[in-house]
Write a protein that binds this ligand. Structure first.
Ligand code: AMP
Ligand code: MG
Length: 408
C-alpha cells in the first residue's frame, strides 16, 4: 500500500528545470578512456583540442583568380603582368611587386606583397598580361595566417560532444587518438504487475514493456550505457531489491509506480532506502508525477509509466543529468519557433509538451499536434518529431501564432 511521500514538492516546470541544472553543476567528472578519432563520434571530450599550428598556416586564397596588390586595382580596368602560377600546396618564393599579379588557385598560399585575390571571373588573360575588370579591397579572398586560430589556441573545449564538425577539427590538428569520458551506466527499472517482457506473449490484461526499450534508446542517444533490469512487480520487497541493484549504476531510471494509485510504491520504497527527494511532481503534461532525487550519491528519476510521459520526462529532466554525468558542458533544450497549423485549446495551470509534427521548408516551419489518445498513445508519439510547448497561462492558441517547439 502506498503512503504519502516523505517530502512532497510539486514544482513549476521552470523550478524543476532549474533544480536539475543546479544538480548538474555539482557533479564529479567521470573517468576517461582513449579512443581512435572516428570512435569519438558522439563521445564527450575529456581534453581540450588545441591548434597545433596557425589556422590557416599561411595566407590562404579562398578563390581561384589572381593574387594582386589591392592598391594596383583601385581603378579598373587595369592590366598587370603575370609573374607566375601558384597551386594549392605549391611554393612561390617571390615577392609580388607593384604592377604584378600571380595566377592563384583556391587553397594556395598568397605570395608576400599580395593582399587580395581577384576572382578569375573578373579577369581576362592576354599572353603574360591579365586585365583586371573589378577592383577589390585589401584582404579580399585571402584569410590571413592565424586568422581562424593561433597555434596553441583552444579549438574545442573539454566537455564538447563530438559531432562531425568537431571530428574534422581533431583531424585538422592531427589528433588520431582522443581522450573521452566513459559512458555513464544507467540502470533502467520498469515497474508494474501488468508489465511483461517485450519478447513474451502478454495475457489478456497485460502489456509488453516498451518503456525499458524507449528509455534504453534515449540513454544511448544521450551518451549513456543502458542496463535493463528485470521488470519489478508492485510488491515492496521485490521492488526494493531491484532498486538497490539499480543504485549501483551512475543513474537509476524507474518507470511507473509514481502516481497516486494504491500500488504506486516507488517513492515509498525509495524513501525506505534513505533517498532524498528534490521534487515529487512537476506541473507539466504529460508527466506530472515525475520524481527526482538521490540515494547515497546516485541520482534517480521516477518517471511516470505512461509511455509518452516516460519519454517526455526523460527528455526534460533525466537527459540533462545524464549528459552532465557524462562530462558534457551544459546543453540547452533544443527549441525553436514554428507557426501553429491548427488552433490548440487546453486548460491553464500546466506547461504542456504535446507531441507534434514539424513540417514545411526553411521559410516558415509549421507545427501541428498529432491526434492522440493521451500519454499512453505510442502510435501517435511515433509520428511526432517534436513537442509543441504550451505555457501554463494559455487556454487557446490560435492557428498562425508562433509557438515554441522542443525538438526531439
Ligand atoms: P503507472 O505510472 O505505473 O501508473 O502506469 C501508467 C500507465 O503506463 C499504465 O497504463 C501502465 O500500464 C503503463 N505502463 C507502465 N509501465 C509501462 C512499461 N514499462 N511499458 C509500457 N507501458 C507501461
Ligand atoms: Mg504501475
Amino acid at each position: 500500500m502506498s503512503t504519502t511521500s516523505p517530502v512532497a514538492a510539486v514544482l513549476s516546470f521552470a523550478e524543476a528545470s532549474e533544480t536539475v541544472h543546479r544538480y548538474c553543476r555539482n557533479l564529479k567528472l567521470p573517468e576517461t578512456e582513449l579512443v581512435a578519432l572516428l570512435h569519438a563520434l558522439n563521445r564527450v571530450l575529456a581534453m581540450p583540442i588545441l591548434a597545433d599550428r596557425d589556422f590557416p598556416p599561411f595566407p590562404r586564397a579562398t578563390r581561384d583568380g589572381y593574387a594582386v596588390r589591392s592598391t594596383d586595382v583601385k581603378n579598373v580596368p587595369t592590366t598587370l603582368r603575370v609573374v607566375g602560377q601558384i597551386k594549392a600546396g605549391g611554393n612561390f618564393n617571390k615577392v609580388l611587386n607593384a604592377g604584378e599579379a600571380a595566377e592563384i588557385m583556391t587553397g594556395a598560399s598568397a605570395p608576400s606583397g599580395a593582399d587580395a585575390v581577384v576572382m578569375v571571373e573578373y579577369t581576362r588573360l592576354h599572353d603574360d598580361k591579365v586585365e583586371i575588370q573589378r577592383s577589390c579591397s585589401a584582404g579580399e579572398n585571402i584569410v590571413p595566417a592565424g586568422g581562424e586560430a593561433r597555434a596553441g589556441q583552444e579549438m574545442l573545449p573539454r566537455g564538447t560532444c563530438m559531432g562531425f564538425a568537431q571530428i574534422a577539427v581533431a583531424a585538422a590538428v592531427g589528433q588520431p587518438v582522443l581522450k573521452v569520458y566513459k559512458h555513464p551506466k544507467v540502470a533502467i527499472l520498469s515497474t508494474g504487475d501488468e508489465i511483461v517482457d517485450a519478447t513474451s506473449t502478454p495475457g489478456e490484461h497485460q502489456i509488453r514493456n516498451s518503456n525499458s526499450y524507449s528509455l534504453a534508446a534515449q540513454v544511448i542517444l544521450a551518451g549513456g550505457e543502458p542496463v535493463q533490469l528485470p521488470i519489478a512487480p508492485d510488491e515492496p520487497a521485490a521492488l526494493r531489491k531491484l532498486m538497490e541493484e539499480g543504485l549501483t549504476a551512475d543513474l537509476l531510471l524507474l518507470s511507473g509506480g509514481v502516481s497516486m494509485g494504491k500500488f504506486d510504491l516507488v517513492e515509498q520504497e525509495l524513501a525506505r532506502l534513505g533517498a532524498k527527494f528534490f521534487f515529487t511532481g512537476v506541473n507539466i503534461q504529460p508527466g506530472k508525477p515525475v520524481v527526482f532525487g538521490e540515494a547515497g550519491s546516485v541520482p534517480f528519476f521516477g518517471l511516470p509509466g505512461n509511455p509518452i510521459s516516460t519519454m517526455v520526462t526523460f527528455d526534460l529532466f533525466a537527459q540533462p543529468v545524464l549528459q552532465a554525468l557524462g562530462g558534457s558542458l551544459p546543453v540547452r533544450y533544443p527549441s525553436a519557433k514554428a507557426k501553429l497549423a491548427k488552433e490548440i485549446k487546453t486548460k491553464i495551470g500546466l506547461t504542456r509538451f504535446l507531441p507534434a509534427v514539424l513540417s514545411g521548408g526553411l521559410d516558415v516551419p509549421q507545427a501541428a499536434l498529432v491526434a492522440w489518445q493521451g500519454s499512453g498513445d505510442l502510435r501517435a508519439s511515433a509520428q511526432a518529431n517534436c513537442y509543441i510547448v504550451v505555457p501554463p497561462d494559455r487556454e487557446v492558441i490560435a492557428a498562425g501564432e508562433m509557438v515554441t517547439i522542443l525538438l526531439r
